[in-house]
Design a binder for this molecule. Structure first.
Ligand code: FAD
Length: 531
C-alpha cells in the first residue's frame, strides 16, 4: 500500500503523526493539519496540483501556506503588470508593496514630523525647528528596502514550504487548466481546485491626459522625485491617507471630491476627518471633477468642472494622483472560458463562502463582490478556505464587524454599523447613540487641537442594548478599536462596556466613560480629565 493510502486508512489519532514525519512539515500546533489523505510531497516537476492559486497577494499566499500545511500540492502564480507610469514590484501583492505597509510607514513618518514639534514643547532642545523637513529620497529608500526584504522572505517561505511559485500571468484555458505566460515561456498546469486571488488595481477616469500624466497609489511610494504640489482626485480612504502624509511632509495638497468624503463610512466621523485635514492645511475642492490634464512645461495643468454650477477652472500641479476606486483584475483571466459569474458593473466575482458558481473554483480577497477590501479579510478568508478544502473544518468566513482605520494622519477607527446604517436597519427610535468629545492628555502640553477628538457608540435602545457600532477619532485609533472589535464579536452590550474599568490615562478608556446620549441633547464636551 502506498504511504498516502496507508495514511488515509489509519485511525485519526495515529495518522496525525505519520504525515508529519513523512512530509517534513514542521510548523503548526494544530495536529489535524497533518491529517490529510492522499497528498504526497510536492515535487517540482509536476504540472498537476491539488490547488492552483492565481495571485500571490494577501489572500492567495495565506491560502497557499495553509493548504500546504495540510499536505496539499500548491502552485502560486503571481505577476505585476506595470502601472501606466511603469511602476512594478515584487511578490506579496498590494498590501506589502503599494498598500498598507508603505502607507503605514509614510503615516509613521508624518506622525514623527509632528512629534518633533511636540517634543520641543515637552522640553527637548531641537535646533532649527522651523527647518524640520522630510528627505523624500531617504524615506522612500528606507521604505523600499523594507519592502524588498519582505518580498525576499515571502519567496523563501514559499520555497521552504515547497509551494511552487511561478512569476507569470495566469489565465483559464478550461475549468482545470491554467496557462501561465512567464518572461520566456508558456506553461500549462492543471489543478483539482483553483483559487482566484488577483486583487485589483487603481482606476483612471476617462478624460484626456489622465493615464498619460496621472499617477496612482501604485506610483506614489516610489516616485523618483519629491511629489511637490499634488492634486488628489477622490475622497475614499486611500485618497485621504495619501493627502494626509503628503501634507504632513509640507507638500501643498488639494483633494478633489465629486460627492462625499469617505462615502462608505459614518458621515459625522467623515466630516471630523475632513475638518481636521483642512485645519492642517489640505485644500478640499468639493463637487468637482477633473475634465482634462495637460502637460505645461514642468507642470500639469488640470481643468476641472464644478458639477453644480458647471463652471470650469484651471490650476497647475506637479502631480495628479487618482484614487477614484479600484478595478478587479478579472479581465486578463479569460473567465469567459469557464463561465464564472461576475458582477456586471464591477467585474468582481460572485461567491458564496468564497466558492464561485463553478464547484472547484474559488475566489478570495479584493476580487470578490460585496466584501470589505482589506488585507486581514483576504488573509482570513484564504486560510479558512484552505482548512475547509484540505482539513476537517467547516468554518466559514465571518465578514461582519470587521474593524478598520483611516490614517489621515489623525486616525479614525471603527467597527460595526455607522449611525446611518444603524438607523436604516433598526429605525432611529430603536437605537441609542452615546457620544463624547475628549482631550488626549498628551495633547495638552503641545496645545494640539482637540476639536475633532470624538467617539461614539451606537447600541440597541432596549435590553440587551447590544453594541452595534463603535467609532473613534483620535491618536492610535487603530490600536484602540482592535480590542473592542473582539468584544463586538462576542455580542457585547452597552452595560458590559459601562461595567468595564478603564485604563487611566489612555484615550481608549474614553469608551468606558460614555454616559451622554445624543437623544438627551446634553453637551458632550469634556469638563475635566480625571473624574
Ligand atoms: P492583492 O494583494 O492585490 O494580490 C493580488 C496579486 O495577484 C497581485 O500581485 C497581482 O499583481 C496578481 N495578479 C493579478 N492578476 C494576475 C494574473 N492574471 N496572473 C498572475 N498574477 C496576477 N488594507 C488594510 O487592511 N489596511 C490598510 O491599511 C490598507 N491600506 C491600503 C492602502 C492602499 C494605498 C491600498 C491600495 C490598499 C490598502 N489596503 C489596506 C487594501 C489591501 O492592500 C488589499 O485589501 C489586499 O492587498 C487585497 O489582497 P488580495 O490578495 O485580494 O490581492
Amino acid at each position: 500500500m502506498a504511504a498516502s493510502g496507508f495514511i488515509s486508512k489509519c485511525p485519526k489519532r495515529i495518522s496525525h503523526y505519520l504525515p508529519k514525519i513523512s512530509s517534513g512539515i514542521k510548523n503548526g500546533t494544530n495536529l489535524t493539519r497533518y491529517f490529510y489523505r492522499g497528498f504526497s510531497k510536492q515535487t517540482k516537476s509536476s504540472d498537476k496540483f491539488n490547488l492552483i492559486i492565481i495571485g500571490g497577494g494577501s489572500g492567495g499566499l495565506s491560502c497557499a501556506k495553509e493548504a500546504r500545511s495540510f499536505g496539499a500540492t500548491v502552485c502560486v502564480i503571481d505577476f505585476v503588470t506595470p502601472s501606466p507610469k511603469g511602476s512594478t514590484w515584487g511578490l506579496g501583492g498590494t498590501c506589502v508593496n503599494v498598500g498598507c505597509i508603505p502607507k503605514k510607514l509614510m503615516h509613521q513618518a508624518a506622525l514623527l514630523g509632528e512629534a518633533v514639534h511636540d517634543a520641543a514643547a515637552y522640553g527637548w532642545t531641537i535646533n532649527d525647528l522651523e527647518n524640520v523637513k522630510i528627505d523624500w529620497e531617504k524615506l522612500k529608500g528606507a521604505i523600499q528596502d523594507h519592502i524588498k526584504s519582505v518580498n525576499w522572505v515571502t519567496r523563501v517561505t514559499l520555497k521552504q514550504n515547497q509551494i511552487e511559485y511561478i512569476n507569470g500571468i495566469g489565465k483559464f484555458l478550461d475549468k482545470n487548466t491554467i496557462e501561465v505566460k512567464t518572461k520566456d515561456s508558456v506553461r500549462r498546469i492543471y489543478g483539482d481546485n483553483i483559487l482566484i486571488a488577483v486583487g485589483g488595481r487603481p482606476k483612471y477616469p476617462d478624460i484626456p491626459g489622465a493615464v498619460e500624466h496621472g499617477i496612482s497609489s501604485d506610483d506614489i511610494f516610489t516616485l523618483p522625485s519629491p511629489p511637490g504640489k499634488t492634486l488628489i482626485v477622490g475622497a475614499g480612504y486611500i485618497a485621504l491617507e495619501c493627502a494626509g502624509f503628503l501634507n504632513a511632509f509640507k507638500y501643498p495638497v488639494s483633494v478633489m471630491v465629486r460627492s462625499t468624503v469617505l462615502r462608505n463610512f459614518d458621515q459625522q466621523m467623515a466630516l471630523l476627518i475632513e475638518e481636521n485635514m483642512k485645519e492642517r492645511g489640505v485644500q478640499f475642492i468639493k463637487n468637482t471633477t477633473p475634465v482634462k490634464i495637460e502637460k505645461n512645461g514642468e507642470n500639469l495643468t488640470v481643468t476641472f468642472e464644478n458639477k453644480n454650477t458647471k463652471h470650469t477652472n484651471q490650476e497647475n500641479f506637479d502631480n495628479v494622483l487618482f484614487a477614484i476606486g479600484r478595478k478587479a483584475l478579472t479581465d486578463d483571466l479569460n473567465i469567459r472560458a469557464v463561465d464564472i459569474e461576475t458582477d456586471e458593473e464591477t467585474g468582481k466575482i460572485i461567491t458564496i463562502n468564497e466558492k464561485t458558481n463553478i464547484s472547484h473554483i474559488y475566489a478570495v480577497g479584493d476580487v470578490i463582490y460585496g466584501k470589505p477590501e482589506l488585507t486581514p479579510v483576504a488573509i482570513e478568508a484564504g486560510k479558512l478556505l484552505a482548512r475547509r478544502l484540505f482539513g476537517d473544518s467547516t468554518e466559514t468566513m465571518n465578514y461582519d464587524n470587521v474593524a478598520t482605520t483611516v490614517f489621515s494622519p489623525l486616525e479614525y477607527g471603527c467597527v460595526g454599523l455607522s449611525e446611518e446604517k444603524a438607523i436604516e436597519k433598526y429605525g432611529e427610535s430603536n437605537i441609542e447613540v452615546y457620544h463624547a468629545f475628549y482631550k488626549p492628555t498628551e495633547f495638552f502640553i503641545p496645545q494640539k487641537s482637540v476639536a475633532q477628538c470624538y467617539l461614539k457608540v451606537i447600541a440597541q435602545r432596549e435590553n440587551p442594548k447590544r453594541v452595534l457600532g463603535m467609532h473613534f477619532v483620535g491618536p492610535t485609533a487603530g490600536e484602540v478599536i482592535q480590542g473592542y472589535a473582539a468584544a463586538m464579536q462576542c455580542n457585547f452590550t452597552m452595560d458590559q462596556l459601562m461595567g468595564t474599568v478603564g485604563i487611566h490615562p489612555t484615550v481608549s478608556e474614553e469608551f468606558t466613560r460614555l454616559i451622554i446620549t445624543k437623544r438627551s441633547g446634553l453637551d458632550p464636551t469634556p469638563q475635566s480629565c480625571c473624574n
